[in-house]
Design a protein around this ligand. Structure first.
Ligand SMILES: [Zn+2]
Length: 269
């Protein structure tokens, strides 16, 4: 599940493969960039912002550009050595190939692919809330943005990238389990929003640098989550069967005993 940590890892893979390199070829297999040729362009750096990838480039005329992409549910970038077999995914899913003397970067099933002047990056990512894995992570601002929607369910608010950037469905479910909060709780009734936000940041940060996502501390198959993907299996704390239900546009997993429903009440003085 590409969430903030996966995107952060992907940005690092691309940075290691291409940063500082001059591109010797490019192949865009998407209609909007079909005629784009980045041969001779230099890759300055690769960065992530929430779940967005930003590959920053300099054109031969010195202008700075950004190649933006989004992995959504199924996208991926892979880096290979020149001549190495591309083992990632079926070839028909390839959307971009970038070549340098030392590496080949191949993108599969990407979304929102766009090449924009560097100065316009904000148009693509300026709406995002504080990035949980960004250098400018600001928990107080994330709490302030969440608190601006007291009626919304916390399950939906955590996924809204305008509040905070990087949480996807896996971390949403896991954070709420660990905090003992039902996903249906209105934001205004969540006892400790700051604690929830800080835990989300800690979980994502703990998974940086590896591809297996775990919130339990175990990297063994079938033991990496408390509730996510565990419908009808026993809760690791109380043994109750884990529930799965649609919430907004996504499904959510939770333990009805460990995460009791709370209603909005009067704000304590
Ligand atoms: Zn439970």
């Amino acid at each position: 599940m590409p969430e903030g940590d996966t995107v952060w890892n992907t940005a690092r893979v691309l940075h290691r493969a291409l940063a500082g390199a001059r591109l010797t070829g490019s192949d865009f297999r998407v209609p909007q960039l079909a005629t784009t040729d980045l041969t001779g362009w230099t890759v300055r750096e690769s960065a992530s912002r929430g779940k967005h990838l930003l590959l920053r480039l300099t054109a031969p005329d010195g202008a700075d550009w950004t190649l933006h992409s989004h992995l959504r549910m199924d996208g991926a970038w892979r880096a290979y050595a020149p001549g190495e077999r591309w083992a990632g995914r079926p070839a028909h899913l390839i959307r971009v190939v970038l070549r340098s003397a030392g590496a080949v970067a191949v993108a599969y099933h990407l979304h929102e692919l766009a090449l924009v002047p560097n100065a316009e990056e904000d148009r693509l990512v300026g709406h995002l809330g504080p990035d949980l894995l960004g250098p400018d992570w600001d928990p107080a601002e994330a709490v302030r943005r969440l608190a601006g929607h007291p009626e919304e369910t916390i399950g939906e608010a955590l996924l809204d990238q305008r509040n905070l950037a990087g949480v996807g469905n896996l971390y949403k479910c896991e954070v709420l389990f660990l905090r003992g909060v039902s996903p249906w709780t209105p934001v205004g009734a969540v006892p400790d929003l700051a604690g929830t936000v800080n835990l989300a940041q800690k979980l994502l940060a703990a998974n940086r640098g590896r591809w297996t996502q775990s919130t339990t501390g175990s990297l063994h198959r079938g033991q990496t989550s408390y509730v996510y993907g565990r419908r009808a299996q026993p809760c690791r704390r109380c043994g109750t069967a884990i529930h799965k239900q649609e919430l907004g546009e996504r499904v959510t997993y939770w333990c009805p005993v460990c995460q009791p429903e709370r209603r909005a009440g009067p704000t304590p003085a």
